[in-house]
Design a protein around this ligand. Structure first.
Ligand SMILES: [Zn+2]
Length: 180
């Protein structure tokens, strides 16, 4: 299966879960072939967003800003652009997990001050965390075992994957390919 088929299959699936708005009357697939959406629930703030971040061959500014805001540093309310490669990674991951559930987010962007505080107070937080660059996210997926999320992320061979069963999340990033 090539990537175009994969993209189209995912788009069809999105279309069956309340995302049919992009199928404009009379335009059919021309209205949004390969449109891409992501859904997140932020476990700290309770916020939910389902946003189309790519449509008609370009990024959708409104969708990107909705995602950036949901993934903000909830301790300081600072918003930072999330690396678009990370959105692509999450899109691929969501497709391979074959679920309609949103990603549950434990941690997205972290300000330098927040990250420094976490480094001081807990083990397992890196001083040079890619969260500070908007290149990493800690997630789980309702209805999918944590190890399945980890294995699917590793199979993408796109970046780092960290497994935290005690805290019930998987870290994924768009840094070097590495596993822990
Ligand atoms: Zn992380």
């Amino acid at each position: 299966m090539n990537s175009r088929d994969s993209s189209r299959r995912r788009f069809l699936r999105l279309g069956t879960t309340g995302f049919a708005g992009w199928l404009m009357p009379g335009k059919g697939w021309a209205a949004g072939p390969g449109a891409r959406a992501l859904a997140f629930r932020n476990l700290h703030t309770g916020e939910f967003v389902r946003a189309t971040y790519w449509a008609a061959g370009q990024y959708v500014r409104e969708g990107l800003s909705q995602i950036d805001r949901l993934l903000r540093d909830h301790r300081t309310n600072l918003v930072h652009p999330i690396d678009r490669r990370l959105l692509g990674l999450l899109d691929e991951l969501h497709g391979s997990l074959d679920t309609a559930e949103p990603f549950e987010v434990i941690s997205g962007y972290r300000s330098p001050a927040t990250n420094a505080g976490l480094v001081a107070s807990s083990s397992g937080v890196a001083p040079g965390s890619l969260h500070v660059a908007g290149m990493a996210i800690d997630i789980r997926v309702p209805g999918r075992p944590l190890r399945a999320v980890r294995d699917a992320a590793k199979a993408l061979r796109t970046g780092g994957v960290g497994y935290y069963p005690d805290s019930n999340f998987v870290h994924v990033d768009v840094g070097r390919v590495r596993y822990w």
